[in-house]
Structures are given as C-alpha cells and as structure tokens.
Design a protein around this ligand. Sequence first.
Ligand SMILES: N[C@@H](CCC(=O)N[C@@H](CS)C(=O)NCC(=O)O)C(=O)O
Length: 358
Amino acid sequence: MLTIRRGIIMKKTFKYLFSLFAVAALVFTFACDQGAQQGKSKSKTLTNTKGKGFVRCGVSQGLPGFSNADESGNWSGVDVDVCRAVAAAVLGDADKVKYTPLSAKERFTALTSGEIDILSRNTTWTLSRDADIGLTFVGVNFYDGQGFMVRKDSGITSTNDFQSGLSACVNIGTTTELNMRDFFTSKGISYEPVVFEKADEVVAAYDSGRCDTYTTDKSGLAAQRTKMQSPDDHIVLPETISKEPLGPVVRQGDSVWEDIVRWSLNVMIEAEEYGVNSSNADAMKSSENPAIKRLVGSEGELGAALGLGNEWSYNIITQVGNYGESYKRNIADTGILPDRGPNQLWTKGGILYVPPAR
Ligand SMILES: N[C@@H](CCC(=O)N[C@@H](CS)C(=O)NCC(=O)O)C(=O)O
C-alpha cells in the first residue's frame, strides 16, 4: 500500500518537475529571442527615426554635386543620396528626409547635440575627428584631395609659382585651413589667410579679387567654380596637397544606426559592382547569382541582420540608384567632375572597394 502511494507521489513529483522544466525552457527560449530582437531595437536613433517618420540629415549650405538645394528647396547631390538611401532602407521612402544646412564650423555640434542623426556634408575623415569629439565615420563616399584655384591672368600654373606674401581665401573649421598652414610652412612661404565661416562668402571674396588663391577640396573647387561670374577665367592648379576622404558621420555610441548608415552606402557601391541599378533591380530578383539576389532581397536575410525589412537594399537601389548612377546624375552629367578618377570601382582602376554584403 505504502509502496503504491510512494509510486504515485514520485510520479506526481516527476510530472511537476517536468512541467517546471518545460516552462523554464520556454521562458528561456523566448527571452533569448527577445534579446536578439532587442539588440536591433536598442538603437535610439532607429526608434526615433521611425517615430518621426523622417531621417534628420545635416548637409552643406550649398555645394553643387554634393548637397545643394534648387529654387524650390529640393536637395540633390551624392551626399544627399546617402541620406536618401538611409530613408529608403529604414522608412521605405527616400523622400522622407529633413535637411539641415550647416556651415563647416557648426556641423559637428549639430550631430553631437542630437539636432541631426547623419552628417553627410563633404566631411573629411581624420584621426582627431574620429577619436576626439563623439563622432564615428562610417565610410567614404568620395575620395578627394585639397587643391588651389587661381585666376588665369595671374600667370600661375603650379604651386611652385607661389611667392611669399600671397593671400588665400579659405573656410574656417575645415581641414583646408590646417593643410594650407602645413603646406606653406613646409615650403617656407609666408601667406595671409583670409577666412570666412560661410562658403559663399569665401567664393564671393575670391571672385571679387580679394585673394590671390582660393583653396579647398578639389571637388569643392570644381563645384564652387560653377557659381563664379566667369568660371573660365579661373584654373585649378595640378597639385593635390592632401588626402580628403569624404564620408558620412554619425554620433558615437549607437552601433546599430552606425551599421545601417554604413551598409546603406556600401549597398550602393556593391550594386554598381554587380551591375544592379534602378532599372534592372526587379529583373535581378531572379538572377542566377546569389550575391545579386541578396542585394535585391530575393535571397538571404540581410535586412534582419540590421533590424530592417528585407526590402531595405532593394528600396535603396530602386529609389536612389547605385553609386555610379548617383555619381553620373550629380557630378558627371552636371559637368562638375566628369572623370571619376579614384572614385571609380576597384574593378575598373579606381579605389572604391567595400566589404561584401553577405
Ligand atoms: N573636407 C573639408 C572641407 C569641407 C568644407 O566645408 N569645405 C567648404 C569649402 S568652400 C565647403 O564645402 N563649404 C560648403 C558650405 O559650407 O556650404 C573638411 O571636412 O573640413
């Protein structure tokens, strides 16, 4: 009798322990899954962006080809396209971007103070900027270098013709100011910097004859030249005195957002590499090549890895285009810099090379 009772008790205890174990396992599985999901939703910037319904993007105050507004206030340029790509990836609509025009001096504070969530404004990636002031550079969307512009009638054809006492118009808060100092110091040439906060003031001062030379990134020289009274009266000297890798920047400390911006840019470059563009992206969904299928979202789950839907990259490619389309539309066809130079794909003699989207 006692043995039977003991058997029943043991059976009940076993049943109880088993259900306890089953519940614990269920809770554990759920918690783990939640943890993985939370990893993606932990991005304050992503949550805020979805809540607001637009991407907050810091741009220049007007640099044709890079970030420039037309008379109706529509922004375009390769830097603008980075923000449009992020909006396409996160919100499914490249038009959902709010632009904040910023001078060189105010751009970083706008990002660190939380006024904007991406700075995409011809900004050079340097050690001190990356390390010191709460910023993270996510990649390079334009490889550039600093140059000098002079009036043709000055007779100057090379920086070797520069003489002590020359005046140089320059934007404050830029790498330009610092490189110029290094350059003239190393050559033993004394010079007078004529500095302004707004780019338009720099251009106007140089254009009105206030300075012997105007110095900035060569892309900037080519872009600003289009705004001058007689663009053909000026030449850009052949020398390049610095490396200016320009790229988008995010606030330090939100690695999910950082990844989203980085891979939105990378996808544009990789799409060009694989010949995927805004017109053929649909057809590419049934490509034989798995790398292409991943890019247009018909294979794999790359979107989920970033906490996004799997159409994220397809939306970028169809709404913004690949890097080559963006370059052509904004920089080549506008006559600013028809030759891609280093900004050509690594497979075509340039240095554009991004890690694989897989
Ligand atoms: N790439 C350099 C220079 C950037 C820069 O702001 N250059 C001026 C040259 S004029 C410019 O583009 N200004 C445009 C603007 O302020 O709208 C940097 O990051 O410091």
